[in-house]
Design a protein around this ligand. Structure first.
Ligand SMILES: C[S@@+](CC[C@H](N)C(=O)[O-])C[C@H]1O[C@@H](n2cnc3c(N)ncnc32)[C@H](O)[C@@H]1O
Length: 246
């Protein structure tokens, strides 16, 4: 799912920065210098890349999906804002990509066909109380939501907490899509009712989409069901959950 523009820019770079598995997928040429790193060293990686760019090198910083969605583009902007003045002279080009929620949504139909939100469930850089309020706001305003970074060894409970919050406001049969490794050979997509959703169905490579009260599953003949959210929201439907208890 890499775009042609992303391929071209990666090929143009003499230095490639990024998380090891992402760089490997690019199959770097022998003349390209690879700076593979751990997934958590975003700021150090951004600064190291900017230092080379200041010296005149062409550098690519690689993210999975879209670099602006919970990924390196914001870390690079942060490094430029807070770094030496020379960083502000560097030409920065952010190449858009296919973010996980779009790949997962496309695999099942169109669950993001109406208004939706993307929420990073990691509470490393923000408190869970904020995440909780955002999930409630989505359910109460009729928005589907895509949950990134749903679970990890150090954050084992946040996804189940998100489902518990959603269950207070949404119908039991609201579709929940677990999209793992979307677009990769080991892709696995599972849709279950919200009442049956649990954290064990997800891992770090999963993007979870919780539908809105309008999201439906359409059975088909001899084919996988479609999951979609209609483009319309009838006036008479209102927003029945707005006054529900948090
Ligand atoms: C740090 S975020 C990076 C998101 C990435 N920049 C994007 O646009 O997809 C990592 C999270 O993205 C989601 N993710 C990334 N690649 C995925 C894929 N191929 N399939 C499903 N989810 C994915 C998972 O929720 C994972 O925990």
């Amino acid at each position: 799912m890499m775009t042609r523009q992303a391929h071209e820019e990666a090929a143009r770079a003499s230095h490639l920065f990024g998380y090891f598995p992402y760089i490997e997928r690019l199959s770097p040429r022998p003349d390209q210098i690879v700076h593979g790193s751990d997934n958590r060293q975003e700021l150090e990686r951004a600064r190291a890349a900017l230092d080379l760019a200041v010296d005149g090198d062409t550098v690519a910083i690689v993210s999975g999906g879209d670099p602006g969605v919970f990924a390196m583009a914001a870390a690079v902007c942060e490094a430029i804002e807070n770094g030496p003045d020379a960083y502000r002279k560097v030409e920065l080009v952010v190449i858009p990509g296919v973010t996980a929620m779009l790949a997962v949504a496309a695999a099942v139909g169109a669950p993001l066909g109406h208004d939706f939100c993307a929420i990073n469930l990691s509470d490393n850089l923000k408190p869970f109380s904020i995440i909780e309020k955002r999930i409630v706001a989505c359910t109460q305003t009729g928005m589907a939501m895509a949950l990134y970074n749903p679970i990890s060894r150090s954050r084992p409970w946040q996804l189940d907490a998100a489902f518990d919050i959603a269950r207070l406001h949404l119908p039991k049969d609201t579709p929940v899509i677990f999209g793992r490794a979307a677009g990769r050979p080991d892709q696995r997509i599972e849709t279950v009712a919200l009442s049956k959703a649990n954290g064990e169905k997800a891992d770090m490579a999963t993007c979870v989409i919780i539908g809105s009260a309008m999201t439906k599953v359409v059975e088909r003949h001899g084919r996988e069901p479609l999951v979609y959210t209609p483009r319309y929201w009838p006036e008479e439907t209102g927003l029945p959950n707005v006054d529900a208890a948090p």
